[in-house]
Design a protein around this ligand. Structure first.
Ligand code: C2E
Ligand code: MG
Ligand code: MG
Length: 605
């Protein structure tokens, strides 16, 4: 049977940006439609449409209908009934557009009719009706067919259910624009929104606030309690942020534990400050996750458009700078971007770069400060203190570079180096025949919390062959209270390994006395701030109490920062065990301490 289709007819699509599946199947679909037209003509005559219906068409699930010039349905296939759930009886003779297509979009139906009127076939996305007043999204193709005199005889409509494709498309869309974990807009959508906000704000002279929010201590939680808890924390933090903003604002996840909030019409910097404060308080209230009561906080950097930058990159960069400043100033706060902050950040950046190089070039060394036994007057131990010899600036004190090393994570390799070097040096002196004493090494919280910390300590002891009883580790109170359960188990492990532990700067943190007796500790070190002014009666009482507490728990007690005879006498009369401070000796180079240890002096206590 000869088949006549108008090959020249144009195909008009509903949307300019056709979906992938459309592109893939356009030619295929047109072929199917022409094939259908042949089949249907034939079928109309033979009335064996159902039998002749191509198996492939049925398999793919293409529904088709023939309609006459007045759009009345004259023929349908089984698939149409399968897809719509309608009966043949009800479908035949109905107007295709009224009966099968949704009238939600009258414009669309008019557009299709116009196309057909203009001799143009049409394809595009439509909403189809189905039984039970329901709808499904379909890809719809309609083409006319003509009689021998090229007069319009009717139309063939073919359509198929694309709900699955739409769902996939939606999912891909979401994946491209939203963060999978928190469901917040991701970096790319955030840039889009910020750009839009900038265009709008420039036109209407609005103030935009951009806030970069970085969670403090998130990494610790992730490292110690696992990614599962870390993920829950991020989800909860995101919902707290979202709850505090308006619909027109955007809270996006930039990656890791970093969020960015855009307030497209903040009104004033004061409003931004209020909101930043609100974020701080929302994020610092406890999180109850997987049976843990967790505390974090956030450091927030705020930039205002147009004051702090005119494009998104500059605004975000400056918010980042301000955020770092907030972090450096003790975390759990917010900072606005200012030129001064910018300057100090540049300096900090230079220092950080220099610091990384110093680590490579090993510009670090250790000084050692003796500890003196108050009863015997002899050196009972020494504390290893890191020093950085900067080629231009000379000696850099650890109070300057340790916080930087902690922030950047460089404290891990640096701290490990200090531990190894202190053990190696101590063992070398012992091998040389000097009287064996214990070396104390300071630890940062990041080292202590690292999963492999215990094995690193054991490895270093094994490598340097130092007897563990000659190593003491100094941790601070804040290290302890951040994760009490973790601390108890780590301190037990260290005790099992034969290593002693001291609490440094005792009295300045928030040690819970409840827990103090649960820790395997050997020493409490009274913070120098109490010693420096013993003319203040409160300080005297604190020192007396710490000594009594330490002895009650069978720990040794050391006073640091002892500079005067009076301080020494007060401590002696209160039974303090050991003294460390300028009164006896400043921190010394390895060579100088070596000479001192060789003399093994007895100090007058
Ligand atoms: P810290 O562990 O409390 O060390 C004692 C600090 O007090 C040292 O400062 C020491 O030089 C100083 N000091 C000792 N006696 C006196 C005194 O009589 N008067 C005064 N005014 N100061 C005295 P330094 O060496 O600047 O170290 C500061 C802090 O840096 C240390 O405090 C420690 O927390 C940290 N640190 C030093 N080395 C390391 C290290 O290897 N790793 C880590 N994580 N931290 C370290
Ligand atoms: Mg110390
Ligand atoms: Mg100290």
């Amino acid at each position: 049977m000869p088949c006549k289709t108008k090959k020249t007819s144009k195909l008009c699509t509903q949307t300019a940006t056709a979906s992938e599946y459309e592109k893939l199947n356009k030619i295929e679909l047109l072929n199917i439609v022409s094939k259908l037209q042949c089949q249907l003509k034939e079928a109309e005559k033979s009335e064996t449409l159902r039998k002749n219906e191509s198996r492939a068409i049925r398999l793919v699930g293409i529904a088709y209908a023939i309609i006459d010039k007045n759009h009345q349905i004259t023929t349908i296939n089984e698939t149409l009934l399968d897809l719509t759930g309608f009966t043949k009886k009800h479908t035949l003779k109905k107007n295709l557009f009224d009966y099968l297509l949704s009238t939600n979009d009258n414009n669309l139906i008019q557009k299709i009719k116009d196309s057909l009127q203009n001799n143009t076939n049409w394809q595009g996305e439509v909403l189809c009706r189905k039984k039970g007043k329901k709808f499904f999204t379909a890809w719809f193709v309609i083409a006319k067919f003509e009689d021998k005199k090229n007069k319009t005889e009717g139309y063939t409509a073919a359509f198929w259910d694309i709900t699955r494709f739409k769902d996939n498309e939606k999912m891909l869309q979401e994946m491209a624009h939203f963060d999978v974990l928190t469901k917040l807009p991701n970096r790319s959508l955030m840039y889009d929104r910020l750009k839009q906000a900038l265009t709008f704000a420039s036109r209407y002279r609005l103030l935009i606030a951009v806030m970069l929010i970085d969670l403090d201590r998130f990494k610790e939680i992730n490292d110690t309690l696992g990614h599962h808890v870390g993920d829950q924390l991020l989800v909860e933090a995101s919902s707290r942020l979202s709850s505090a903003i308006r619909k027109s604002d955007t809270a996006a996840r930039m990656g890791g534990d970093e969020f960015l909030v855009i307030l497209p019409d903040v009104g004033s910097a004061t409003n931004a400050a209020h909101l930043a404060q609100k974020f701080n308080s929302l994020l610092s209230s406890p999180f109850s996750l997987s049976g843990h009561e967790l505390y974090i906080s956030a450091s927030i950097g705020v930039t205002i458009f147009p004051n702090d930058g005119s494009d998104s990159d500059v605004l975000i960069k400056n918010a980042d700078t301000a955020m770092y400043h907030a972090k450096a100033q003790g975390k759990n706060n917010f900072k606005f971007f200012t030129e001064d902050i910018n300057k100090s950040t540049v300096e900090r950046f230079v220092l950080e770069t220099r610091f990384r190089q110093a680590l490579d070039k090993l510009e670090f060394h250790l000084n050692y400060q003796p500890k003196v036994d108050i009863k015997t007057g002899r050196i009972s131990g020494m504390e290893a203190l890191l020093r950085w010899y900067h080629p231009d600036q000379g000696q850099v004190r650890p109070t300057l570079f340790i916080p930087l090393a902690e922030e950047t994570g460089l404290i891990i390799p640096l701290g490990e180096w200090a531990l190894r070097e202190a053990c190696r040096q101590n063992k070398e002196w012992q091998d040389e025949g000097l009287r064996p004493i214990r070396v104390s090494v300071n630890l940062s919280v990041r080292q202590f919390r690292k999963r492999d910390f215990l094995s690193v300590v054991k490895e270093i002891l094994c490598e340097t062959k130092l007897d563990p009883k000659y190593l003491m580790l100094e941790i601070t109170e804040s290290t302890i209270i951040e994760d009490i359960t973790g601390t108890i188990s780590m301190l037990n492990d260290l005790r099992d390994a034969g290593v002693s532990v001291s609490i440094d700067d005792f009295g300045t943190g928030y040690s819970s006395l409840n827990y103090l007796n649960k820790f395997s500790l050997d020493e409490l070190k009274i913070d120098a701030s109490f010693i420096s002014d013993l003319t203040i009666p409160e300080n005297c009482r604190v020192v007396e109490s710490i000594i009594a507490l330490a002895h009650g728990l069978h720990h040794k007690v050391v006073a640091e920062g002892v500079e005067t005879r009076n301080q020494l006498e007060f401590l002696r009369s209160n039974n303090c065990d050991e003294i460390q401070g300028y009164y006896f000796s400043k921190p010394l180079s390895a060579e100088t301490l070596h000479d001192l240890l060789k003399k093994d002096p007895v100090f007058e206590t």
